[in-house]
Design a protein around this ligand. Sequence first.
Ligand SMILES: Nc1nc2c(c(=O)[nH]1)N[C@H]1C(S)=C(S)[C@@H](COP(=O)(O)O)O[C@H]1N2
Ligand SMILES: [Mo]
Length: 408
Amino acid sequence: MSQLNRRHFLGAGLLLGASTLIGKELPAKPLIVPTEYIPPIIAFPEKRPMVAISDRPPLLKSVKGREIFTQPITPNDEFFVRWHMPDIPTFIDLNTFRLEVKGAVSTPLSLSIDDLKSKFEPTEITAVLQCGGNSRMYYKEVGPATHGVQWDHGAMGCAVWKGVRLKDILEHAGAKESAKWVGLNGLEKPAMEETPDFFREMSITEAMEDQILVAYSMNGEDLPYLNGFPLRLVIPGHFADSWVKMLSEITVLESYQKSFFMDIAYTVPDNDCECLVSGSDFEYKRKPIATMKVKSVIGYPSDNTQIKKGSKVKITGVAFDQGKGIKEVQISVDGGHSWSKSILGKENGKYAYRMWNFDWEAKTKGEFSIMARAINRIGNIQPQVDEIGWNAGGYQYNAVDVVNIKIV
Ligand SMILES: Nc1nc2c(c(=O)[nH]1)N[C@H]1C(S)=C(S)[C@@H](COP(=O)(O)O)O[C@H]1N2
Ligand SMILES: [Mo]
């Protein structure tokens, strides 16, 4: 068994269980009792030290805050990480790893990574991966506390994904006429029998779309372990919850299979605003979140930056949508009273980050609210924060982004 064909997630068993043994923690401030929990900064394998919102399951975001949104491609070693189950396999042997394709197909398949690389046409796409709960913490400006990890903008990134079209795999297996759904499952298992498995489904029509990949590479390298080595689904334009990592099973289904992660988690009220008008979201018919909404995030400056009067400030950031493409990003430096067009960077494919920048001269001292709002090619525009519909899960936040800075 060659060394190359094995990937040992070094010390992962230990690491996932007891971060303090390997990780670094922020030094505690003497004599000050923190009023807010400050998550530790931990170096997981293949990752530079990252903010560990949780270490079991791993929930990691870059230590750079907004600065990570000043570049078109997010490096693998600081790409965010989100898992639901604590029991992620710590060792994957490519000699035995197989992607199983089964269910309503004429030829069930059992594919090694080599099979995928040699028997199918490789395809590459640059696409944003964003958790449905990204930016959730900003819903606190809008309504009651939302459920789930209180992410700032840190649960997103953009990468070049390379792999095989899901469609090609399904055609190879020969999905039957009766096929209606495709079920997707990864290698990790729930910690307890009662815990629901992380199982995702998509309609066969969606699964046959050209842009959906079973990816084995990210930014020119093997997928990092925590981002789904050796295979993950890539669904450009779609929220991350169906981008199943460590993908090991594709099951073609004749009918929809109920599951916690499709029917309860990652759902929004099934009404026009996809929001809650009053009452509990349990009283609403729900639907899974699906395509992303137009969004821009400011990379520079970040909150509380102090800038010298007279400086030239290059306000910059990223924008993306569900794949229609960004038409314009507008900037306001006066708290949303007036807006000017920013300059867009080159288009890196319609599912990628579109960089933008805006030159501003800080002429007067004082506090400024800098805002960014993106508009896509079909006229979708980011809502003002008081226009965004609240939902109990805190999903799909895309209100106009704001940073408050000081000119001194
Ligand atoms: N197997 C598996 N795949 C998964 C998940 C998971 O828990 N298990 N979480 C999903 C969710 S909700 C998110 S946000 C993304 C996170 O991808 P990343 O860790 O590569 O950033 O993975 C998705 N794919
Ligand atoms: Mo997510």
